[in-house]
Design a binder for this molecule. Structure first.
Ligand SMILES: [Fe+2]
Length: 275
């Protein structure tokens, strides 16, 4: 009986041998990546590993037409990808540090929002690629404020209706800025929606619930918490307990209740880098 030929170019669930053939590495290399947590795998009742084709792609490989487009080993590719991403995130961090000084909220706001968002994302079970996007979106959520005058952003006290109208443009300006940068395209709509509300009464699109990207729902909670915890010209920072109380009060209206629970649990579990 002729041996059945498996078409690896379309197969979605692979065993370790097939995954190794596709990436041109040994099965032991594939297993090492499973054991070290770099590659997701499902275990069959018989104890064998099965790998989703999409998880190979999420490692940074271009899996296409039965071959990889890199001659690097999995280790080298992973390291190179992470190195590039670290350098890119550092550049964004430096840029954002300068931007933060223009706002009424204390310096470091964007970094803290990024840190807290990632802690919640981790608790939520997001994978590395999603966490990287979450960090970038957290850092850049207010980048659109670059298009708003410092006189308005730094104004002590209440804004006029016209001033508030202009400030509310920053998510859309932010989206426009990042959508032209190749590495930042995936976070453009996350930035656009970071001031949407769970009840659909936010801006700019007035969408609600799961129509708002998960990343935006996470950033919304971290952003509000850091705002409450910041000393402003017209009021002192709230305590951690009072800030959490305010966040909980807005659960189900302004914020996604599930995200609020993860946020509060992360605080209790001490995994949140709170200021
Ligand atoms: Fe904002």
């Amino acid at each position: 009986m002729p041996k059945k030929v498996v078409d690896l170019t379309t197969k979605e669930i692979l065993n370790t041998r097939e995954a190794a053939a596709l990436l041109k590495v040994t099965t032991q290399t594939i297993k090492n990546y499973i054991y070290s947590g770099k590659l997701n795998a499902i275990k069959t009742p018989g104890g064998h590993h099965r790998i989703r084709r999409s998880d190979l792609k999420s490692l940074g490989f271009v899996v296409d037409e039965g071959k990889t487009q890199q001659n690097l080993s999995l280790d080298e590719l992973w390291d190179a990808y992470n190195g590039l991403m670290r350098a890119f995130v550092s550049t964004v961090e430096a840029f954002i540090k300068a931007l933060d000084t223009r706002d009424i909220i204390s310096a470091g706001h964007s970094s803290r929002v990024a840190d807290m968002s990632c802690a919640v994302g981790k608790a939520f079970g997001l994978l590395e690629r999603d966490l990287q996007e979450l960090r970038l979106a957290g850092l850049l959520h207010d980048v659109g404020k670059i298009g708003i005058s410092e006189a308005i952003l730094g104004k002590p006290g209440r804004l006029t209706d016209q001033e508030f109208f202009l400030v509310k443009k920053h998510p859309e300006i932010g989206e426009k800025i990042v959508e032209d940068v190749e590495n930042l395209k995936p976070i453009a709509s996350i930035i656009r929606h970071h001031h949407e509300r769970f009840d659909g009464k936010g801006y700019p699109d007035e969408i609600g619930g799961a129509d708002i990207e998960l990343h935006s729902r996470i950033i919304a909670v971290a952003d509000a918490y850091d705002f409450l915890r910041s000393d402003l010209s017209f009021r002192k920072a709230l305590s951690i307990d009072d800030s959490l109380q305010e966040i909980k009060k807005a659960s189900g209206t302004q914020f996604d209740p599930e995200i609020v629970n993860y946020f509060v649990d992360s605080v209790k579990g001490d995994s949140l880098p709170l200021q």
